[in-house]
Design a protein around this ligand. Structure first.
Ligand code: F6P
Length: 545
């Protein structure tokens, strides 16, 4: 049986180096190398990756790059782009890149992608042009995507982030949560006769999506009659039988493939709602942006390769510096949903503890990914990041220009972004705090009392990603950068980034719970569970009275 990647000499070299660096503060690293920024930034097509405020030296990068080669990263990249079944637990190829890059996958796959793109573009044109209308003859004004996880987060992010690129009269809406709140709100505010519903579900068996789709169908049928679903519903899925059963018309079905994972699927027909809202030309720009990064990833030497560097820094922070979380901090309100998107991308992909050969790993894998847009976040959780007892890794992401055209407000955003990035890295020492207070005329006694509270330890490593402006192209680039970053990390850890067995147990248990109490729970924890079901029944009854 082959060994864990942690037994490779290159891994040991990185671990030993991490111990040597442990005592160094970013202040020392910065002071010892005045050209640090020059050494630790990389540019590509208007993108800047600044890793000068990571806890690294030139030797760190050399050792991490050695590790990338030791785990055969080049061969693994080639295998993914070729279409080998690298999702080994499910025996599937991993070819989301083929949805946007003609050099990924073989000719057959490229032909299928082309046919799918043509069908999508024709449908989008018919809806936007008013040729495809609702059952009463009204044009569609609302499009509702019913889906969850990868069938929700990607298209939602694209619609939100590109709001300034919406064209036409369609307003997008998203229904994901099983509690049906989103659908209830919608059905009270929009006209079903003007509403197109996309049931977006690779498997078409996901409980939340099925429940919401059935409720939406009942709403449409209730107002517009039994024949209306044929006009008002479309579906994106691999499951034709289930689409038959739901009554999706043949020309309203958009295919998916088992070689595209849900969290990597925004480039496929899963992006239909976004394509309807921004138009096919813009959607193609989004695909082209991602394709640009696919090419960069597969052709650029690793020292200048953005996703490779991002991935290696991710491994360095999580595994070798033991930083438990990664805060994603976009300084663009348009990217408010990016942290949620990246949560699924990173945590569902790399939240694994068994290696490709079935051994339990003896090192830390995926960090907890979380975040909020700056500058809002500065006024909520930054306090803890600056002075709390846990040290976190941080990704700052910022466009040079705002999406609405002005520079004044974006300068304020950048000022804040840069200031925070500096403060996290270099902190504010006690001598500096004391000197500042003395200068302000504060008494010696007060300086002693308050000084320690004002110290910022710093040494919080952070990266900064900058790009021209949030557009369809740059959004495609951004998402592809993170996808490949996740892939690189998964390769170094030697895990399968493309399955998600961890979500199955909860689904199975939920399906076995009878909330009416008629079928009492069985097995471990049954007594507690029965009490909870009973608690709901009795307390609900009391509330109703
Ligand atoms: O439960 C997790 C998951 O399988 C995700 O991987 C996926 O994106 C989501 O559910 C939705 O799945 P589907 O598109 O099949 O409804």
């Amino acid at each position: 049986m082959s060994q864990l990647n942690s037994s490779l000499p290159a891994w040991g070299a990185v671990a030993a180096h991490a111990q040597d660096l442990a005592k160094m503060h970013l202040r020392d690293l910065c002071a010892s190398d005045p050209k640090r920024w020059q050494h630790f930034h990389v540019e590509h097509d208007g993108w800047l990756l600044d890793i000068s405020r990571q806890r690294i030296t030139p030797q760190t990068l050399t050792l991490l790059l050695d590790l990338a080669n030791a785990v055969d990263l080049p061969a693994r990249m080639a295998a993914m782009f070729r279409g080998d079944p690298i999702n080994s637990t499910e025996q599937r190829a991993v070819l989301h890149a083929a949805l946007r890059s003609d050099f990924a996958g073989g000719a057959d796959i490229q032909n299928e992608v082309k046919a799918s793109r043509e069908k999508l573009a024709a449908f989008v044109s018919a809806v936007r042009g008013g040729k495809k209308v609702g059952v009463t003859g009204k044009r569609f004004k609302h499009v509702v995507n019913i889906g969850i996880g990868g069938s929700d987060l990607g298209p939602l992010l694209v619609c939100d982030a590109l709001r300034h690129e919406w064209s036409g009269d369609l307003t997008p809406h998203f229904v994901s949560n099983v509690d049906r709140t989103q659908l209830e709100d919608l059905t009270r505010s929009i006209d079903p006769a003007e509403t197109l519903v996309i049931v977006c579900s690779k498997t078409f068996i996901t409980q939340e999506t099925q429940a919401n789709a059935n409720a939406a169908r009942a709403w449409i049928v209730g107002v517009l009659g039994e024949k209306a679903p044929a006009n008002h519903f479309v579906a994106v899925s691999t499951n034709s039988q289930a689409m038959d059963k739901f009554g999706i018309a043949a020309d309203h079905r958009f295919t998916m493939w088992d070689w595209v994972g849900g969290r990597y699927s925004v480039w496929s027909a899963v992006g239909l709602i976004a394509e309807l809202v921004i138009g096919t030309d813009r959607f193609v720009e989004f695909l082209n942006g991602a394709s640009d990064i696919d090419r960069h990833f597969t052709t650029t030497p690793f020292q200048k390769n953005l996703p490779v560097l991002m991935g290696l820094i991710g491994v360095w922070n999580r595994t070798f510096l033991a930083l438990p979380t990664l805060a994603v901090l976009p300084y663009d309100q348009r990217l408010a949903r990016l942290p949620a998107y990246l949560q699924q991308l990173e945590m569902e992909s790399n939240g694994k503890s068994v290696s490709l050969n079935g051994q339990h790993v003896n090192f830390a894998t995926a960090p907890i990914v979380w975040g909020e847009p700056g500058s809002n976040a500065q006024h909520s959780f930054f306090q803890m990041l600056h002075q709390g007892t846990l040290t976190q890794a941080l990704d700052f992401i910022a466009p040079l220009l705002s999406s609405w055209g002005g520079t004044e407000a974006q300068d304020l955003a950048l000022q804040n972004c840069f200031a925070q990035s500096q403060a996290f890295a270099y902190g504010h020492t006690l001598p500096d705090v004391e000197a500042e207070m003395r200068k302000a005329g504060v008494s010696a006694a007060e300086i002693t009392r308050i000084g320690p509270h004002r110290v910022h330890e710093g040494n919080r490593p952070n990266s900064l990603l900058m790009y021209p402006r949030t557009t369809a192209r740059t959004l495609g680039q951004l998402l592809a950068l993170y996808e490949h970053n996740v892939f690189v990390q998964g390769c170094v850890w030697g895990i399968n980034s493309f399955d998600q067995f961890g979500v199955e147990l909860g689904k199975k248990l939920a399906a076995g719970i009878d909330m009416s109490g008629a079928k009492p729970p069985q097995g471990i924890g049954a007594a507690g569970l029965a009490s909870l079901i009973n608690y709901v029944a009795t307390h609900r009854q009391n509330r109703d009275q």
